[in-house]
Design a protein around this ligand. Structure first.
Ligand code: MTE
Length: 341
């Protein structure tokens, strides 16, 4: 994703692009350095992560061991692992957990991939989720009440970032449709917007005032009630780690990852289509629909192939990220829309 130092239109092409992180990583691999060596420990990472609390404590720790220790204190730990729903199958191996939890986009904690330690400053309890806008009644629910309201299941999904890296992940959570029904949308609600927490005291990204905080993005109501649309509260059989969007985030696997805000605190039901975080920053590069398509390049790179996290394997990108059977029908009659940006 581009980094905008002033205004989007003032950004030189030479500004940091995701490809640089990708190239740095491949170069490191070629030179025999693992991602862990690059991002997961040592003084450089300590400097990146910043000081304070859990972030400081996490520095230099093994990311899996650290996660397990945090899960030990999580009030929802007894709900995991949940039974896998077998009708969602993969055409590729599941990505190593270590790779998925140490290579992340979470701009609130920094505009680079190595934010996992910094993200440990996110306190996920107490945590509430508010539903508002065109709903029967504005409601605020505690995360642990929500977790008891909706039975958890595990689903293995492909995940594709617009930057052309990809993974395959066992999410734990529940259908987004169930949360939508609980919210009781009213007539006139056409769009559903998801909003990330905003707390500058714990996340340095908020000091970068040229970003349009808080991180938000939206789907149509029909997209939200599609059978694939999911609310993730866990991954790899455990509660989500902060860097992957704890304690709750939406997952729409046929869309690029930027459409899926992490660590959400608000869901708003709207009559008009809102403009998301990346679309606000750079409308010529990021749009509302953002469905995965190998034939529609990003203005600055091809989307024809994707690079699997961990193995580095190059695979052909699949249209709708391979979920056309479930979702293509959502888009009939929208021929004038930019469905793939
Ligand atoms: N949500 C918030 N709040 N902040 C972000 O920077 N990045 C998005 C998305 N959700 C982002 C976010 C992007 S660009 C991607 S690709 C995915 O999160 C990455 O999810 P992961 O780090 O769990 O793999």
């Amino acid at each position: 994703m581009p980094i905008h130092r002033r205004k989007p239109w003032q950004m030189p092409e030479s500004a940091v692009t995701p490809e640089e992180a990708v190239l740095a990583h491949s170069a490191a691999k070629r030179g025999g350095l693992s991602r862990r060596a690059l991002f997961g420990g040592g003084a450089a990472v300590a400097a990146l992560a910043g000081a304070g609390g859990y972030a400081a404590l996490a520095q230099g720790r093994d990311p899996i061991g650290w996660w397990d220790a945090q899960v030990g204190n999580d009030p929802s730990k007894g709900l995991y692992p949940a039974a896998r729903t077998e009708r969602f199958t993969l055409d590729r191996p599941i990505t190593e957990a270590r790779e998925a939890i140490t290579y992340n986009n979470f701009y609130e904690f920094g505009s680079h991939k190595g934010i996992w330690q910094a993200a440990q400053r996110l306190e996920t309890r107490p945590w509430t989720l508010t539903v508002d806008g065109l709903v029967a009644k504005t409601k605020t629910a505690d995360i642990d009440t929500l977790l008891k309201t909706f039975p958890l299941e595990e689903r293995v999904y492909r995940f594709r970032c617009v930057e052309a890296w990809a993974m395959a992940v066992p999410w734990t959570g529940f259908p987004l449709a169930a949360l939508i029904a609980w919210a009781e949308p009213q007539a006139g609600a056409k769009y559903v917007q998801f909003e990330t927490f905003q707390n500058p005291a714990i996340a340095p990204g908020f000091r970068q005032t040229w970003y349009p905080w808080p991180y938000r993005d939206a789907f149509t109501l029909d997209e939200c009630t599609n059978e694939l649309a999911f609310i993730a509260t866990g991954v790899y059989g455990k509660p989500l780690p902060p860097q992957m969007g704890a304690p709750i985030r939406p997952i729409t696997p046929w869309k690029y990852g930027f459409k899926q805000p992490k660590s959400i605190t608000r869901i708003s039901f709207l009559a008009e289509r809102p403009v998301g975080y990346w679309e606000k920053l750079q409308p010529s590069e990021y749009g509302f629909w953002a469905n995965v398509n190998p034939e529609v390049s990003h203005p600055r790179w091809s989307q024809a192939t994707e690079r699997m996290l961990g193995t580095g394997e190059r695979r052909p990108t699949l249209i709708w990220n391979g979920y056309g059977e479930q979702v293509a029908g959502l888009y009939t009659g929208l021929t004038r829309e930019r469905l793939f940006a």
